[in-house]
Design a protein around this ligand. Structure first.
Ligand SMILES: [Zn+2]
Length: 94
């Protein structure tokens, strides 16, 4: 795959001083949490929190599952997205 320099330069490496990936809002962090669980079933992330050091939101494996994660597990969204990913893999779209 060929990346054009113009598009590659738009990728912002967004790392904080505390060395974790930053999310500007709780919602963005929650979307990333769900995405991580879908793509990496072995992932241990369970929640999001606002960092005391940098003020941004990070993912964490500590603590109870966030209600939004529980909701997406219970309503079958995560399962369906995983199946969709599996099928894409089988069809060679990954
Ligand atoms: Zn931080």
């Amino acid at each position: 795959m060929v990346f054009k320099l113009s598009s590659a330069s738009k990728i912002k490496i967004n790392m904080s001083g505390c060395g974790k990936r930053n999310y500007d809002t709780e919602n963005l962090a929650l979307e990333a949490l769900i995405e991580a669980i879908i793509r990496f079933p072995e992932s241990t992330v369970t929640n999001v929190y606002q960092c005391d050091d940098c003020g941004n939101w990070h993912l964490t494996s500590r603590g109870a599952k966030h209600p939004y994660l529980i909701e997406n597990l219970e309503n079958g969204y995560i399962k369906r997205q995983r199946q969709a990913l599996e099928w894409k893999g089988k069809l060679g779209y990954n």
